[in-house]
Design a protein around this ligand. Structure first.
Ligand SMILES: NC(=O)c1ccc[n+]([C@@H]2O[C@H](COP(=O)([O-])OP(=O)(O)OC[C@H]3O[C@@H](n4cnc5c(N)ncnc54)[C@H](O)[C@@H]3O)[C@@H](O)[C@H]2O)c1
Length: 187
């Protein structure tokens, strides 16, 4: 198979598609002629060219059901609140579990149910939390990278496109790290 696989006509849901990596994913799949569906709590950030669901965790399920049978799901929405142990509040811990864990299950289950109902299949990718919002921490992380530059959201999109394509058909349940060599440097 050629590396020029095309997502034309594929129905793809991207959560957290309003900004950052999600927004880039939305654009890349759209450019490749896929039918892109977007969910983001911050609706104003979603490009109006794309079908989107209302914000709020509770309403996501209904929105996903309204998107019909999907071919691919990218669970990208996440919140990151890096804090020192003694500063962590139950509220922030709960929010991170709600969005980064429970919502992923909710999204995947809702999409998978539709696929099962019609006897189709689909692929799921998650862009996992490993993020620092604090500039000092960001520089510290960057200094550990073997490749000394920040990662472009497009470089995450490249991997997601590969994982959703038939080129990776026999890769399943894997964690693929895109970190400029930061993990490798501490081994
Ligand atoms: N940026 C990084 O350095 C980095 C590194 C590794 C992994 N990631 C992962 O990639 C993903 C995207 O990262 P990013 O930097 O683009 O994040 P971001 O904060 O820029 O964007 C996240 C988007 O998700 C949306 N969102 C948050 N909670 C939501 C919810 N409950 N329902 C729907 N939408 C919600 C936000 O409104 C926002 O538009 C995350 O899963 C993140 O953990 C990011």
């Amino acid at each position: 198979m050629s590396l020029k696989y095309c997502f034309a006509g594929k129905r793809i849901l991207i959560t957290g598609g309003g900004q950052g990596i999600g927004r880039q994913l939305v654009q890349r799949f759209h450019d490749d002629k896929a039918l892109v569906f977007v969910i983001d709590n911050n609706r104003e950030t979603i490009n109006p060219a794309f079908s989107c669901g209302p914000g709020g965790l509770g309403s996501h399920k209904k929105a996903i059901q309204s998107f019909g049978v999907l071919d691919h799901v990218v669970n990208n929405a996440a919140v990151a609140k890096p804090q020192m142990l003694m500063d962590v509040t139950m509220e922030s811990a709960k929010l991170q579990f709600d969005v980064n864990f429970f919502a992923c299950i909710n999204v995947a289950q809702t999409a998978a149910r539709k696929m099962i109902d019609v006897g189709s299949g689909g692929t799921f990718v998650e862009t996992q939390i490993h993020k620092s919002l604090d500039p000092a921490m960001k520089n510290q992380l960057l200094s550990r990278n073997i490749i000394k530059r920040a990662i472009d959201p497009n470089e995450i999109a490249d991997l997601v496109m590969f994982l959703l394509s038939p080129l990776s058909a026999m890769i399943t349940g894997e964690t693929v790290v895109v970190d400029g060599g930061a993990s490798a440097s501490i081994m």
